[in-house]
Design a protein. Structure first.
Length: 301
């Protein structure tokens, strides 16, 4: 199934950008993923195509308007629905009352949902795709979250500008706030490129070998071990002997130890979470084992 991405931005010419070359570019050309840059200004109501206004309560800068953003998000959900409905066996956009891309909401109002939630009315098809706003106020993006996104039908990414978003958009359109680091960028476009690149490389068939991403940093809660290649000696520095030994068990042990040492020294926050997770896993295993022993019948005399 194809991974679909829509990017809401004031600068659609920034896309695909670097995603149009290398692995991501080749995958785009092969149809493994699609990209729809959406110009936020197209949803402004006035002749000047105004998308921002002064902050309530005063202060510097401008804030992206919630009404304009909401229309843009609704439009992107319609675009996504028209793509994922046929793939899910729900028929074409025309078969669910569809017309063109210009008015997706009315066309898909009664479209069959892709997923039935535990409670409440089922979402329309486009709402099966997460909407993510790139903002420094968001939760840090993790490799675990990237894997969840890459396993789904796609993602809608909203790129902020100016002072940021009207807060009401997050609850009003179920928008997830995500940060790529404790830094401030001119806009969310660069962050969106990072998010999409992280997802695309995990799609089936994008990386050369299926196992290419299994031992990378963050995949097991640790930083990746250091790498070496030819020449064996460079400026008096040599490749560690264990990597030249041919003993795969010792190499695996060395790599694990290096991952743990580097994580502990360079990222104590990751190391603390890794140790806690390991302790919880061990505790759970002990409780499960104790439960089995407790429930085992007495041996016959």
């Amino acid at each position: 199934m194809t991974f679909h991405a829509a990017v809401l931005t004031l600068y659609p010419e920034m896309f695909p950008g670097p995603l149009g070359v290398s692995l991501a570019g080749r995958a785009l050309g092969e149809g493994k993923w699609t990209l729809d840059p959406v110009q936020i200004r197209d949803f402004a109501a006035d002749k000047h195509r105004t998308v921002d206004d002064t902050p309530a309560g005063g202060g510097a800068g401008m804030v992206l308007r919630v009404d304009v953003l909401a229309k843009a998000i609704d439009h992107a959900r319609g675009l996504m629905a028209q793509k994922i409905l046929p793939e899910a066996g729900r028929g074409t956009a025309d078969e669910v009352g569809g017309g063109g891309v210009s008015a997706p909401d009315a066309a898909l109002e009664d479209a069959n949902p892709l997923h039935q939630p535990a409670a409440g009315p089922p979402p329309r098809a486009g709402e099966a795709i997460p909407v993510i706003a790139m903002t420094p106020r968001g939760k840090p993006l993790t490799q675990a979250r990237v894997r969840e996104l890459a396993a789904g039908p796609g993602v809608i990414v909203v790129c902020g500008r100016f002072e940021g978003f009207d807060e009401r958009i997050f609850e009003g359109r179920q928008v997830e706030e995500v940060s790529v680091g404790d830094i401030i960028l001119s806009g969310g476009e660069c962050a969106a490129l990072m998010l999409l690149d992280a997802c695309i490389r995990l799609l089936p068939g994008v990386m050369g070998a299926a196992s290419s991403g299994h031992e990378e940093s963050f995949e097991n809660g640790l930083l990746e071990y250091p790498h070496y290649t030819r020449p064996q000696e460079w400026e008096g520095r040599t490749i560690p002997q264990v990597l030249r030994s041919g003993d795969h068990a010792k190499i695996a042990e060395w790599r694990q130890r290096q991952s743990e040492d580097d994580t502990r020294l360079r990222r104590p926050d990751l190391w603390e979470r890794h140790v806690d997770a390991r302790a919880q896993s061990a505790s759970g295993a002990r409780q499960k084992s104790a439960g089995r022993l407790k429930n085992e019948p007495d041996s016959a005399a």
